[in-house]
Design a binder for this molecule. Structure first.
Ligand SMILES: O=P(O)(O)OP(=O)(O)OP(=O)(O)OC[C@H]1O[C@@H](n2cnc3c(O)ncnc32)[C@H](O)[C@@H]1O
Ligand SMILES: [Mg+2]
Length: 203
């Protein structure tokens, strides 16, 4: 079985990737499965793609292995694109999903639904030691609802209702989320590109 290393310490992201890949053919491993001697990569970039490349190349170099990394976040129209690249730490350095959600909801208090448009964005980088890194993107548009609903997923999923759904992302099954999410779309683009180029693909 093929193994893919995802350069993330976010358990929710790892679960998302596991739901997207065919688990009988690909084993997903992440930084959570490796010993902690791996140096943390600082996300010093100003864009999703810069940070995705930093993470993928940083870990690929340390491990001498091909690595996938995603940098992602929520861009809210009414907040001029915030929290954006700062999504993980929007309410503080402890990366607390609950507090991040509360901050967003308080900033949108009283804002009507038609002005609550938002998009999840994902930049996905694939780094192979000694080769040029590839980056692909995915976007999922929707609205920010007024109260958190649902138990699945992670991050801002309970307050994000994707276009065409009457459910929040946290009410969708992991497989359904993978079909429509920013992460699922970026991964599909990446897989298609690797196939097109005749490169060693994922599955
Ligand atoms: O950097 P790694 O270790 O991968 O983990 P992270 O959580 O710090 O990941 P990012 O730097 O890419 O920040 C992404 C944040 O954007 C939000 N986010 C991204 N994708 C999401 C999704 O599918 N559902 C809900 N929130 C998401 C969530 O708050 C994430 O913590
Ligand atoms: Mg991060």
């Amino acid at each position: 079985m093929k193994k893919i290393l995802i350069a993330t310490k976010n358990k929710g992201k790892v679960d998302d990737f596991r739901a997207i890949f065919d688990q009988d053919r690909v084993e997903i491993i992440s930084l959570l499965d490796l010993d902690s001697s791996i140096e943390d990569i600082e996300e010093t970039g100003e864009t999703f793609s810069e940070n995705a490349i930093l993470k993928a190349e940083g870990i690929a170099e340390q491990m001498n292995l091909p690595v996938l990394a995603d940098d992602s976040g929520l861009s809210i129209d009414y907040l001029d694109g915030r929290p954006g690249v700062y999504s993980a730490r929007y309410a503080g350095s402890d990366k607390d999903d609950q507090r991040n959600i509360e901050k967003v909801l308080s900033e949108l208090e009283g804002v009507p639904l038609e002005k609550r448009g938002a998009s999840f964005i994902c930049a996905l980088a694939f780094a192979v030691p000694g080769k040029e890194t590839i980056v692909k993107y995915g976007k999922c548009s929707g609205v920010i609802v007024e109260e958190p609903i649902g138990e699945n997923g992670f991050g801002y999923d309970p307050i994000f209702m994707p276009d065409g759904y009457n459910l929040t992302m946290a009410q969708l099954s992991p497989e359904e989320k993978g079909r429509i999410s920013h992460r699922g779309k970026a991964l599909k683009e990446m897989a298609a590109w690797l196939e097109l180029e005749g490169k060693e693909g994922f599955d």
